[in-house]
Design a protein around this ligand. Sequence first.
Ligand SMILES: *Cc1c(COP(=O)(O)O)cnc(C)c1O
Length: 389
Amino acid sequence: MIYADNSATTRVKPEVLDKMMPYLTEQYGNPSSLYAFAYDSKRAVEDAREKVASVIGARAKEIFFTSCGSESDNWAIKGTAMKYKDKGNHIITSCIEHPAIMQTCKYLEKQGFEVTYLPVDEYGRVSPESVRDAIKETTILISVMAANNEIGTIQPLREIGAIAKEKDILFHTDAVQAYGHIPLDVNEMNIDLLSLSGHKIGTPKGIGALYIRTGIRIDNLIHGGGQEKGRRAGTENVPYIAGLGEAARLCMEHMEENNKRLSAMRERLIERALKIPYVKLTGDPVNRLPGLVSLIVEGIEGEALLLNMYNEGICASSGSACSSGSLDPSHVLLSIGLPHHIAHGSLRLSLGEYNEEGDEIKIAEALERVAEKLRAMSPVWENGKPMWA
Ligand SMILES: *Cc1c(COP(=O)(O)O)cnc(C)c1O
């Protein structure tokens, strides 16, 4: 099997599991307990906080652990909305955000907030000028993702951050796909709030964090005990937090080499796949996530594509896992201007650290076989081309 769905989730790294094991077994103390036995748990949490912070140039005390990327996104958006509702009710985001942002914004619209969903260009880029133009007296938050989970496009965070700072508006970024994969610096990019998730970088599912810049107050999402300096209640998930710290450390240590290796594999995969007729790359051809290849295979349904790729031993996805199961093509692909019939043939191949050199060619060759087979049966494929060509 070739696993090419690392944007959906990743395999747990053995080093991460090793780091977690003591806290799943003999080191079960509650970090809030006052006796020496529990110190080790507390130390593990604080050590992880430092490692998670250092990936983005933050300070340890600016990192707050959550249960997942979705919680971090919810907290950032709802927490800001509630805290600043007397100052204004306008939020700016993009039309290609992850559902954790999109659905949170939809919910807030029902509560009387106003949301601007900025359009993107054909590559999925948000223009910083469109952010500037959307700002009003009542704008309290700008939230634009760092890199898109379906098409891999990296957004101009630095430029958007500069505008947010100039206008004195909070800037949040959903960096779940970018964190640990590409360089990010919250200070250079003027990021006030940043969401990240463990299972996209080699931890088990169910751990995340929100970076909150020192001095910024947002309302709590989870109320209860005084954990996380009173800002996120719930007894700390010590083993998972320790695992996230280790995953962050590994990302830091290997980011450059991983980036180089995966980008090269990505380029070879793209080059080979584009030799298949009526296959197109989606997303930004240059500023894209190192391991992410997003394609359109015209004349084929994404679901059929996936199942047949799986029969070839390849795990991939079509659009995002979150939206599969629905018959509508992804909002991201429609937002970059693809018509429905084209967007239906989407395929996302996301390479990760455990992929081996040569996987990219095997994947492309399998795709060629699958495309040929499915097109032969496709009602919209005639004489070697799609009906609309
Ligand atoms: C995976 C993902 C999330 C959600 O993270 P979970 O930890 O699965 O809740 C949010 N945003 C983006 C861009 C993602 O890729």
